[in-house]
Ligand binder design. Structure first.
Ligand SMILES: [Zn+2]
Length: 205
């Protein structure tokens, strides 16, 4: 039987440290949230959004799934997007992929993995759309890196075309959709120079 004692101990230490620096932090935090960012990232344990951007609890509204996919038929990610954009009125939606993504690699290798194949079909669609661009590279590593970047682009596009984002722009809401990629080898975020701030820009993407 395993136990979670180390998790509880570390949690106590974490809460004590925060209270030492800011005694009313948790009291204030319990009153409500108004984050500026919605972060859509991969479930990969090596890409923890709050830590890698040195942010505090309350700064990021987060949705993570395998390979940071935003699918119009996925009620989970669409609900997060609606709540973040329409209710919390975040100013930025960040789609963050990462190099070395196991979900993207599995989609590329086209293996038979069971239930997850249904999810990976979303990423295989991206491959079909960009096959020439991906296969244009010579090494497998370069192909996968390019695929990871293009998956971010495709998910930014899906986000921009979600009805909630389109409605927010139509209402004049200040909202930008960004595409970033995290490098596991360096611990750094790379800007993919994707920043969409209006329905018009989205239609040109
Ligand atoms: Zn991943």
């Amino acid at each position: 039987m395993g136990n979670l004692s180390s998790l509880f101990e570390q949690n106590q230490e974490w809460a004590d440290n925060i209270k030492e620096q800011q005694p009313d932090f948790f009291e204030e935090s319990a009153k409500g949230q108004s984050p500026n960012y919605l972060w859509i990232g991969c479930s990969d344990s090596r890409v923890p959004p709050t830590q890698l951007a040195e942010l505090a609890p309350g700064d990021l509204f987060v949705h993570r799934n395998i390979a940071n996919v935003i699918s119009h038929s996925d009620i989970n990610s669409q609900s997060v997007l609606q709540y973040a954009v329409s209710v919390l009125k975040v100013k930025h939606v960040v789609i963050c992929g990462h190099y070395g993504c196991g979900g993207v690699k599995a989609a590329y290798e086209n293996q038979n993995l069971g239930l997850i194949d249904n999810w990976l079909a979303n990423i295989r669609d991206v491959y079909r759309d960009y096959k020439n661009k991906i296969e244009n590279h010579s090494s497998e590593e370069e192909k996968l890196n390019q695929f990871c970047e293009l998956n971010v682009l495709a998910q930014v596009r899906n986000t921009c075309h979600s009805p909630f984002v389109q409605q927010a722009w139509a209402a004049g809401q200040d909202l930008s959709i960004h595409g970033l990629i995290y490098d596991l080898q360096t611990g750094l975020l790379n800007d993919l120079d994707i920043c969409v701030t209006s329905a018009k820009e989205a239609s040109d993407l």
